[in-house]
Design a binder for this molecule. Structure first.
Ligand code: DX5
Ligand code: ZN
Length: 219
C-alpha cells in the first residue's frame, strides 16, 4: 500500500495560506491536513470553517480536517459544508463519539477517530467499524514542532493488528513529530498515512516536493 502524505498547514506561513496549500498540492501531497483547535480541548486556537472554505479553491486534493475541539453537531456540519472530505474527531472530549462518527458518514464524508498519546487504544474497540480513518497522535496535540513519542510505535502496531483482524481497510494515519527519521518506524509499524507540518513547511532543503517524497519513501 503506498504511503499517503498529508502536510499540516499549521507550520505554513499563515499570511499566505492559500499559496501554501497550492504549493504542497503541487509538491505531491495526497491530502491537505487542517488543524482546528478550540482553546479548550487543546491549549491553542487556530481557524474555523470560514478559513477552510476560503482555502478550498487552492487545491483539489482531499481536505483532511483534524478537529481538536469539543464537538457539537452544528460545528461538525459546518466543516463538512466548508469542503472537508475527511473529518477526524477525538473521542476524549466527546460523550457521543459514536453519533458524531455516524453523522460525519451520513454527510457523505470520511469519518476519523483521533486519539491522544495518553488515551488507551482500547477506546477504539467500539469505533473501528464506524471509522474510515484512525488518527494516532504521536505528540500531545496543540502545537507543531514537538518530538515524536517513541511509545507510539507499539500503539500503531496494535491498531494495525486490530484493523487487519477485523478485515477493515481503515486508513491508519499518524500525526506529530513525523520526519525522515521517524517515518520509517511509523510505516514499519503499519501506518500508511503521515501528517507532517514542520518536516515539510520548514524543511532545510527548501523544497516541499523533496520533503514530501522523502517522507513517502521512508528514507
Ligand atoms: C498537533 C497537530 C499536528 C501538527 C503536527 O496538534 O495535530 O497536525 O501540525 O506538526 P509537526 O509535524 O510539526 O509535529
Ligand atoms: Zn493534526
Amino acid at each position: 500500500m503506498s504511503v499517503l502524505i498529508s502536510p499540516s498547514v499549521l507550520a505554513a506561513d499563515f499570511a499566505r495560506l492559500g499559496e501554501e496549500v497550492r504549493a504542497v498540492d503541487e509538491a505531491g501531497a495526497d491530502m491537505i491536513h487542517l488543524d482546528i483547535m478550540d482553546g479548550h480541548f487543546v491549549p491553542n486556537l487556530t481557524v474555523g470553517p470560514d478559513v477552510v472554505k476560503a482555502l478550498r479553491p487552492y487545491s483539489d486534493k482531499p481536505f483532511d480536517v483534524h478537529l481538536m475541539i469539543t464537538p457539537n453537531p452544528a460545528i461538525v456540519e459546518s466543516f463538512a459544508e466548508a469542503g472537508a472530505d475527511l473529518i477526524s474527531v477525538h473521542p476524549e472530549p466527546d460523550p457521543h463519539i459514536h453519533r458524531t462518527l455516524q453523522a460525519i458518514r451520513a454527510m457523505g464524508k470520511k469519518a476519523g477517530a483521533a486519539i491522544n498519546p495518553g488515551t488507551p487504544v482500547e477506546i477504539l474497540e467500539p469505533l473501528y467499524e464506524l471509522c474510515d480513518v484512525i488518527l494516532v497522535m504521536s505528540v500531545n496535540p496543540g502545537f507543531g514542532g514537538q518530538s515524536f513519542m517513541p511509545a507510539s510505535v507499539e500503539r500503531i502496531r496494535h491498531i494495525r493488528r486490530r484493523i487487519d483482524e477485523l478485515g477493515l481497510d481503515t486508513i491508519l494515519e499518524v500525526d506529530g513529530g513525523v520526519n525522515p527519521e521517524t517515518a520509517p518506524k511509523i510505516i514499519g509499524a503499519g501506518a500508511h498515512a503521515l501528517v507532517a507540518g514542520t518536516a515539510i513547511f520548514r524543511s532545510k532543503e527548501n523544497s516541499y516536493a523533496k520533503a514530501v517524497e522523502r517522507l513517502r519513501l521512508g528514507t
